[in-house]
Design a protein around this ligand. Structure first.
Ligand SMILES: [Zn+2]
Length: 256
């Protein structure tokens, strides 16, 4: 990042435009506003946990990724795919810079519910899992599958890290009025959060039922797909990745 000449080599990518930011070295370096040094150290810890755990869970060489911890006043300067800034307080992963970057706000938006000690690490691991998935070629899938993978992966990292999720999961509304397959975006922030929370519940249940091996299988399956994965095929691929009885188990889940 920030290398002179990189714009010539790959014109679609731009240098990270956050002047004066400092870097915390790590496998996933954290570029942060100087006044966010303490928070950057906390985030670096979550990233280190997630990076190693995801590489192990998925059995892959992890992709190069950087993290940007962006101060509120710099949010509109953070790298992104679109011209207009994204809503404040919402983390995202972007391939508009090289290496690709996980962009984190200094504080998560209040739409992130439930607010527990697990909220920030789960959110960091969710975006990191998007980064791992996008380290390979990925075809279009139904929205529920595309977001189920990072939610289940973040729950798997929590298991490995010894972060208890019971309290967090117990605060989630299990009946928001739709299922993950029935959810139709785009929707308001509240519905988006409810959708993500249902996927987290489903991911944690899948891990308890089937173990974490299904994550490796479904990630690798999607990397090998050549065509758009439609609804029917998405259900079949995930059910098969879950293992024997996986399709029936999935169909029996109230969130599904
Ligand atoms: Zn996501």
């Amino acid at each position: 990042m920030g290398r002179a000449g990189s714009a010539v080599e790959s014109p679609q990518r731009r240098d990270i435009p956050l002047a004066g930011y400092e870097s915390l070295d790590a496998e996933v370096p954290v570029l942060h506003a100087p006044r966010l040094q303490h928070k950057a150290g906390e985030v670096r810890g979550y990233l280190a946990r997630g990076y190693g755990a995801l590489a192990g869970i998925l059995s892959i060489e992890p992709p190069a990724i950087v993290a940007l911890l962006v101060a509120d006043e710099d949010w509109s300067s953070a790298p992104r795919e679109n011209a207009r800034p994204y809503p404040p307080g919402l983390p995202y992963f972007t391939r508009s810079v090289e290496p690709p970057a996980l962009v984190l706000p200094e504080e998560l938006s209040s739409v992130f519910r439930p607010a527990t000690s697990a909220t920030l690490p789960l959110t960091v691991w969710h975006e990191l899992a998007h980064g791992f998935l996008l380290g390979g070629e990925v075809v279009r899938t139904p929205a529920w599958l595309g977001e189920f993978l990072p939610q289940a992966a973040s729950a798997a990292v929590a298991r490995r890290a010894g972060l208890p999720l019971e309290d967090h999961l117990s605060r989630i509304d299990r009946e928001p009025g739709f299922t993950v397959r029935g959810f139709s975006g785009p929707a308001g922030a509240w519905e988006q959060m409810s959708f993500q929370n249902l996927l987290l519940v489903l991911g944690a249940a899948a891990l308890a039922e089937c173990g974490e091996g299904f994550l490796r299988r479904i990630f690798h399956t999607l990397w090998e797909e050549d065509d758009v994965v439609d609804e029917e095929r998405a259900e079949r691929l995930l059910g098969d990745a879950l293992g024997p009885g996986g399709r029936a188990w999935l169909a029996s889940r109230p969130e599904f």
